[in-house]
Design a protein. Structure first.
Ligand code: SAH
Length: 343
């Protein structure tokens, strides 16, 4: 059986051809799956033989939602996958609509010192179907259109780029989720060759790069990936991305008390980014249990912000949604697993 949620429209058409069916049936099946949200292939408007072929060859397996935590503006969903692994997704309600933040791997191997996801090492990449499944399950429970997707849950999406590109293709299908490329954002810790690959792909979505430090020495301390891809190369890749796609790149900068929040860091960051078509998204650190890091005090964050502004760098501050339910990166899954192992 082929997992139908794992196929782009093109791959489904190819599979139908292989099964002796007209590839154009994909244009009946795709709107039914992602527009009408059918959960049973036997209701498709197809002739008996085609229905038998579809039902006999395609499965509609979705992850099982095992927990939902609700707070002001953000609901956190925990999903159990078919092999028993768990991942999480967050539904954020903004004034202008709904955004779903999806996970791309079970665990993460990037080892960022401040991040809860890294406490659980990567077990495997998620399949296309498991990523589509997160959005589809949330879309069904919500009963309303989803306006945007953030590919910044657990995992490093650029390590799983081929699957992520198919996932994006399905999210953009016009008679389904119909999410525009400008409403999809992918966040990476900076896998340089893959940034070039995404820039040259058919779906150059909004790119966010987790920077978190203005020089290699400090960044290596909190983000080990810096040892492999130094900042100069990351900035080079970001420049290529924005030039090629005429798009502003976002740099995420999480405020860690006494670590990366000094005036000097702000000055260095301004010179690093000067002249680049970008802006900095300042993020309040959301400490998870056992984390040695704290969020910088409000006044420090404001001073940091002002220095960047003074140098003409675009700056925004991420609205903090869902901190009370541990909606920051890997916390629900990590807590859920701690609970289980403590039993
Ligand atoms: N691996 C990708 C995407 C997942 S993390 C990446 O590194 O970008 C999404 C963002 O949340 C990253 O910028 C990450 O550094 C940040 N983050 C991780 N833990 C956090 C925490 N406890 N509080 C605030 N932001 C956090």
């Amino acid at each position: 059986m082929t997992d139908i949620y794992g196929s782009t429209r093109k791959k489904l058409a190819d599979k139908l051809t292989e099964l002796g069916e007209k590839p154009s049936r994909a244009d009946i099946i795709f709107p039914a799956l992602y527009g009408e949200l059918i959960d049973d292939l036997s209701v498709l408007p197809l002739k008996k033989e085609s229905l038998d072929t579809a039902c006999g060859n395609f499965s509609l397996r979705l992850p099982e939602c095992t927990d939902v935590l609700t707070s002001d503006g953000a609901d956190k969903f925990l999903f159990r996958l078919s092999d028993g692994n768990t991942v999480e997704s967050v539904l954020m309600k903004h004034g202008f609509g709904y955004n779903v933040c999806v996970s791309t791997q079970v665990g993460c191997n990037m080892g960022c010192a401040f991040c809860a996801s890294g406490r659980l090492k990567k077990i495997r990449d998620l399949t296309v179907s498991e990523m589509v499944g997160q959005v589809l399950m949330i879309r069904r429970s919500l009963g309303e259109r989803i306006n945007g997707i953030s590919i910044m849950g657990i995992g490093e999406p650029l390590e799983n780029l081929a699957n992520v590109l198919d996932f994006i293709d399905i999210m953009m299908y016009p008679k389904g989720f119909d999410i525009g490329i400008k409403h999809i954002t992918l966040s990476t810790c900076g896998l340089v060759p893959k940034i070039y690959e995404l820039a040259d792909s058919a779906s150059p979505v909004n790119l966010a790069i987790s920077l978190h430090a203005p020089d290699d020495t400090l960044r290596r301390r909190i983000m080990p990936i810096t040892g492999k891809y130094p900042l100069a190369d990351v900035i080079g890749a970001a420049r290529y991305y924005s030039d090629k796609n005429n798009r502003r790149v976002t740099f995420e900068y999480v405020m860690l008390d006494g670590i990366n929040d000094s005036d000097k860091c702000a000055e260095k960051l301004s010179s690093l980014l000067g002249g680049l078509n970008c802006y900095v998204n300042i993020i309040r650190y959301n400490p998870s249990e056992g984390s040695p890091f704290r969020c910088s005090p409000h006044e420090r964050i404001m001073t940091f912000y002002d220095i960047l502004k003074k140098h003409g760098i675009g700056v925004t501050m991420r609205r903090e949604l869902g901190a009370s339910v541990g909606a920051a990166c890997g916390q629900l899954r990590a807590n859920g697993i701690d609970k289980l192992t403590n039993l």
